[in-house]
Write a protein that binds this ligand. Structure first.
Ligand SMILES: Nc1ncnc2c1ncn2[C@@H]1O[C@H](COP(=O)(O)OP(=O)(O)OP(=O)(O)O)[C@@H](O)[C@H]1O
Ligand SMILES: O=P(O)(O)OC[C@H]1O[C@H](OP(=O)(O)OP(=O)(O)O)[C@H](O)[C@@H]1O
Ligand SMILES: [Mg+2]
Length: 410
């Protein structure tokens, strides 16, 4: 449960409000002046609950470290990884594939290490808490979905996305409406905004867990009469239950929307998301060793992800010279490799003499183009074709590293 949700529950616990609290579209306060408690949200990681009951009091709850020092003093670099949910296992698998296996004594222990990176501590946390703790200085690096970075980071420029495409957890944050009733012929955000039904008294009701990005998107797109309600999951049920007109949630295969008679609309995608490596700018600049550790993790991730989409292909080809074989190979569109084929003579001893009348060819081929490549190889006389997986492809320099240094002003 988020801090926001727990605050709302505290508010609701002794009032007669409906089971879902509704926010105005700017989410600055609950709309009804008759509420005995108000929830004020600030664009920081601090949530303040003001109770205007008989004994007026204000309680400040901080997510993460209450210490205001810019970089919390400690010797270790801390990496936050998802403790549960669909990102947890895929994150550990990715790190393992990069030879950065996480060593965890038992699954209920929240601290672990990566033997290859001795100055690094791994902390398992809920994705939203990883972002909050990056901002509070309790973590230096984290792996979470981009949606979580944007929702809980709320535009804070201390967060730097170091690798924006770790190639899992792909989904989109999207607005969806019912396929039936008054929405039957509505297929775009523009059409939804122009429906005469939405007024100040009777606004469009949107159910979402994204209580920062949702209102921001509506405001940026000029939708005026909107209210938001929130819940922890199964949001797709809200329209059929009569709680909301629309939902704003993550979509991947689209099955959950389909099964609940909902549809996405043109212009309704708020963001495309996948797992990312995110860092605290302050940590990278000020914490000893943080930048070097980030460089190594980034290099391994880039090299592995690049390699994961390719196969190494080796084949034998008859020919009169390496150049003549290369000529034939390069005449085929799917056989140019990363930088061109490597052609080496295969030597045999014949009649007491060392001769070479065929050549071994090595290229990298995108996995998607494998079958086409094999067909093209055969067409130019290739035989004995061997396919093997690749572990890493290290470039001379990782483009993301240069970009990171520029963004840090280094
Ligand atoms: N259907 C999906 N397909 C692919 N990735 C998804 C999907 N739903 C969520 N994600 C990604 O996985 C991240 C974690 O989602 P998940 O639902 O596993 O955890 P959670 O939302 O933190 O936990 P919970 O749903 O129990 O509150 C999301 O922030 C998003 O980046
Ligand atoms: O497009 P699909 O592939 O159907 O995936 C979309 C669903 O996945 C997520 O829910 P999750 O499975 O995390 O359940 P939750 O609502 O309990 O968080 C998301 O909130 C959607 O409900
Ligand atoms: Mg979920």
């Amino acid at each position: 449960m988020s801090i926001l949700q727990s605050c709302i529950q505290q508010c609701l616990s002794s009032s007669s409000l409906p089971s879902l609290c509704t926010f105005s579209s700017s989410i600055s306060s609950c709309p009804s002046p008759s509420l005995s408690r108000r929830v004020l949200l600030k664009p920081t990681t601090t949530t303040t609950v003001y109770c205007s009951s008989a004994a007026d009091s204000a309680v400040t709850i901080v997510n993460g470290n209450a210490d205001k020092r810019s970089v919390v003093e400690r010797d270790e670099i801390r990496l936050g990884l998802p403790s549960k949910g669909r990102m947890a296992a895929d994150t550990l698998d990715l790190l393992k594939d990069c030879q950065l296996s996480v060593r965890q004594v038992n699954p209920r222990q929240y601290v672990a290490d990566i033997p290859l990176l001795p100055n690094l501590e791994v902390w398992f946390q809920r994705p939203k808490d990883i972002v909050r703790k990056l901002l509070s200085g309790d973590l230096d690096l984290g792996i979470v979905g981009l949606d979580t970075v944007y929702e809980y980071g709320q535009g804070n420029d201390d967060l730097i996305v170091v690798h924006e495409a770790l190639e899992y957890g792909e989904c989109r944050l999207s607005l969806a409406i019912p396929k039936y009733g008054i929405f039957e012929n509505i297929n775009s955000l523009k059409e939804l905004a122009q429906m005469p039904q939405w007024t100040a008294e009777k606004p469009l009701r949107v159910a979402t867990g994204f209580t920062y990005l949702g209102p921001k998107f509506m405001k940026d797109n000029g939708l005026e009469h909107v209210t938001f309600s929130t819940a922890d999951g199964a949001l797709e049920a809200a329209p059929a239950m009569g709680i909301a007109d629309a939902i704003l949630d993550l979509v991947s295969s689209g099955t959950t929307l389909r099964e609940n008679n909902l549809k996405e609309i043109e212009g309704g995608i708020i963001l495309q998301s996948q797992a990312v490596l995110v860092a605290s700018r302050k940590s990278l600049i000020k914490r000893k060793g943080a930048l070097e550790t980030t460089h190594e993790i980034l290099e391994r991730l880039e090299a592995h992800l690049r390699a994961a989409s390719q196969f190494t292909v080796t084949a034998n080809m008859r020919g009169t010279s390496a150049e003549e074989v290369a000529e034939r190979v390069l005449s085929q569109t799917s056989l140019s490799g990363l930088q061109g084929p490597t052609i080496s003579p295969v030597f045999v001893k014949r009649d007491g003499k060392v001769v070479s009348d065929y050549y071994a060819m090595v290229i990298c081929v995108p996995k998607k183009a494998l079958y086409k490549s094999v067909q093209q190889l055969r067409a130019i006389g290739g035989s004995g074709v061997l396919i093997s997986p690749l572990t890493y492809i290290f470039d001379e320099e990782t483009p993301r590293w240069r970009e990171l240094l520029t963004r840090l002003g280094l």
